[in-house]
Design a protein around this ligand. Structure first.
Ligand code: BGC
Length: 741
């Protein structure tokens, strides 16, 4: 041991203690966090060693009482004051400091939904958003943000689709990694969740996701792997469901083998809230029991103590569990930069959210340049539906964020279910009608709520342009039954479009929807749940103050018949009450081997299906041409291409590179399609630039016999305007290669 690490050993507790009182103690080197964490563990008493391993929900509701010193939020883990180890104050989630199921009224800045942010395909923006919400968390006393949702959208009807980052492992993994890095740059620990294959809410506590290892490694696990490599999250949250018969939080394969052994993950695994069903979970790799009041017992306290007294492997695990938690605290600097209560500049933070929303809005259709609107040439606009006179919608559940003045409108699901109060439809106080009117003060706006189709049609007929806002409630706890817009909105849009050819539809949905009226409309934008200043972002796109640059992070199937599972698994067994007795859970299996690693667009390509909109689709007010795809010599695979803005206004283009075929492809299996690299760039009119893309070798390989395998032979790669419109392909020959991770 050298002097420096010896000193760090000796000083570790003092540093923690100093961190508690001094605002910003002199930053200490963190390159020896492993040694410092190990040394700290040696100073813990047997009881203290159990303290960091479990904790309650930090809310008082439905028979649950939060600890007195807890900050209202998702969870609380008691620290060890004697050694200066702080409490862990945990808050949800990826979209901002959440409302703690109604317990927090102090307001926070809501980012747009995960899908909206993913539509930016811009890691730098996600990093900025992560840093902003972490600063807010830190200013409210939190040092752990339960952000980093990276489950791939295998089920577009999933209630939490809005929280996640789409259907592709490269896009989701790199964006989640960037968001996590942003969060942790503010000395707030981020999680990555829900590990793994937690793709639907129906039966989420007990369904069994069945999938071959190779398919999981190439898809859902790869998304986590990339997010962990790039974001280095302090913790991983294991999921509620089972994977191949075993609960994710006691899944030795997922936690010990893949995460800790193969990926050499050094942080800790926390359970999802109420997902620890026994003390033996500790041996399978779970390090911390979260939300312990909703488990049957505090398994990681007395039962763990008893086990440790009898079995050395439990005692060894306890040491490892503590070391992992402390290591993450030190690595992220939670000790040196403790959270302090301070005021938040909501105005500045809202601009971060608005910037993400503007970049995440996707222009799906624009016939005859119906958009952008020219305020000088329009006298009268009818605004119809979607509560556009009230606010913009947000997703429900634990990730929901409420602004300073609370929601503009809330419709809890209710229904006598204790959780029903908390899962519902909410609207942020960012009002489309107001934002539009402020942007075009000379235009006359007529608003109709859309409940009466005749009334809406009349208003549309009298106007130069009709803008219909369409919303879709999605919430944690409940999947949507299909891909249609609810509440008769399809009929409303069709009727309005029939009455006014200049009908523009603004979708504010949690996930993909069908559009039976599509060809009748002049333009459609997908604004998702656009966050704290969503209305302003939508207005900027409609009037051309921002050039749309969002691209779909998931495909829009043309109907559920295109999905690998046209009927949502477990529909008949659905019980959205998460607090029911595990003994009553009727497990059911979901066969993810149907599509394997070919999720979304990859499935559509393999089946020769034409979805309504492909992954990667999105229009702009300018036009681009990408050409000259050239492969550079050497490994890893690097390519160059030239991108040119051929239109008359500045804009951002997304270069998408796909794998189109690989050795071993067969007509029986269907076409190959994989995103292997992407890059955005901003170009002035007429400007052209040569860009270089580097391909992660895992994306060219398959997982086979315990490792990545690149088969020798010919591979075809191609540029794509979307996953369904490839152009400019090049064939390359790669040698055989195998590697472990
Ligand atoms: C959700 C997690 C969340 C946790 C704490 C769970 O119900 O699945 O995403 O972080 O609650 O609120």
């Amino acid at each position: 041991m050298n002097l420096r690490s010896a000193l760090a050993y000796a000083l570790a507790p003092a540093l923690f203690a100093a961190g508690l009182s001094a605002q910003a103690a002199t930053p200490k080197p963190i390159d020896d966090v492993d040694a410092r964490a190990a040394a700290l563990v040696q100073q813990l008493t047997a009881d203290e060693r159990l303290s960091l391993l479990h904790g309650p929900m930090a809310v008082t509701m439905a028979g649950i009482i939060a600890p007195r010193d807890a900050i209202p939020g998702a969870g609380h883990i008691a620290g060890i004051p004697r050694l200066g180890i702080p409490n862990l104050a945990e808050t949800d989630a990826s979209l901002g400091v959440a409302w703690a199921l109604g317990q927090r009224k102090d307001g926070a800045t809501a980012l747009p939904s995960g899908l909206a942010m993913a539509s930016t395909w811009n890691p730098a923006l996600l990093r900025e958003g992560g840093a902003m919400i972490a600063r807010e968390a830190h200013s409210k006393g939190f040092n752990v943000l339960l952000a980093g949702g990276v489950n791939l959208v295998r089920e577009p009807r999933g209630g939490r689709t809005f929280e996640y980052l789409g259907e592709d492992p490269l896009l989701s993994g790199t964006l989640a990694g960037a968001a996590i890095a942003g969060i942790q740059s503010e000395h707030v620990i981020s999680t990555v969740k829900h590990f793994a294959l937690n793709a639907q809410e129906t039966g989420r506590n007990h369904h069994d996701a069945r999938i071959a290892e190779s398919a999981a490694r190439e898809s859902d696990l790869l998304a986590f792997q990339l997010a962990i490599e790039q974001g280095q999250p302090g913790s991983v949250m294991c999921a509620y469901n089972r994977v191949n018969g075993v609960y994710a939080c006691r899944n030795d394969f997922l936690l010990n083998r893949v995460l800790k052994q193969d990926w050499r993950y050094k942080g800790w695994v926390m359970s999802d809230w109420g997902a620890t069903h026994g003390v033996e979970y500790a041996l399978s790799g779970l390090d911390q029991q979260s939300g312990e009041q909703i488990d049957k017992a505090v398994h990681f306290l007395a039962p763990l103590r008893e086990k440790a007294a009898q079995e050395p492997r439990y005692a060894a695990r306890i040491e490892d569990m503590n070391r992992r938690i402390l290591r993450s605290l030190l690595a992220v600097g939670v000790d040196r930069y403790p959270p302090t209560l301070r005021p938040i500049d909501f105005t500045t933070n809202a601009t971060v959210s608005e910037h993400l929303a503007r970049n995440g809005i996707v222009l799906l259709r624009n016939e005859g340049k119906a958009l952008p609107l020219d305020a000088a040439r329009i006298q009268h606009i009818a605004v119809i539906g979607g509560e556009a006179d009230t606010g913009v919608p947000a997703g429900g559940g634990s990730s929901h964020v409420q602004g300073e003045a609370g929601p503009a409108l809330s419709r809890p699901l209710g229904g006598g279910n204790p959780m029903g109060e908390f899962f519902g439809e909410h609207f942020h106080r960012s009002v489309p009608l107001k934002a539009l009117a402020a942007r075009a003060p000379k235009v006359k706006f007529a608003y109709r709520d859309g409940r009466h189709v005749e009334d809406a049609v009349l208003a549309a007929k009298q106007a130069d342009v009709a803008i219909v806002f369409a919303t879709q409630l999605t919430t944690e706890g409940l999947d949507v039954p299909g891909l249609s817009l609810p509440d008769g909105q399809d009929a409303l849009i069709a009727a309005v479009a029939a009455a006014n050819p200049r009908t523009i539809v603004v979708l504010e949905t949690g996930g993909p929807v069908q559009m039976p009226w599509l060809t009748q409309t002049a333009a459609v934008i997908e604004a998702w749940y656009p966050g704290a200043r969503g209305a302003e972002a939508i207005t900027a796109i409609l009037f051309g103050d921002a050039n749309p640059s969002g691209r779909l992070p998931l495909s829009f199937p043309s109907s559920v018949s295109q999905l690998p599972r046209p009927v949502l698994p477990g529909t008949e067994a659905q019980d959205p009450d998460f607090r029911d007795d595990p003994a009553s859970w009727q497990g059911f299996q979901i066969d993810y081997d149907i599509e394997g690693s070919d999720i979304g667009y990859r499935w559509h390509a393999r089946r020769g299906q034409q979805p309504l909109f492909w992954f990667g689709h999105g229009l702009s007010y300018t036009s681009f041409e990408t050409s000259g795809l050239t492969v550079l010599p050497g490994a890893p695979l690097r390519v160059e291409a030239t991108v040119r803005n051929t239109g008359d206004r500045a804009g951002e283009e997304l270069v998408q590179l796909y794998l189109q075929s690989l050795p071993g492809d067969s007509p029986a299996r269907g076409a190959t399609r994989r995103l292997i690299a992407y890059e955005r760039l901003d170009l002035a009119p007429g400007e052209s630039r040569r860009i270089r893309l580097t391909v992660d070798p895992r994306l060219m390989a398959n997982w086979s016999d315990g490792g990545w395998q690149q088969v020798a032979g010919r591979y075809r790669i191609a540029l794509g305007r979307s996953a369904g419109e490839l152009h400019d392909s090049v064939d390359i020959t790669l040698p055989a290669r195998r590697w472990a991770d």
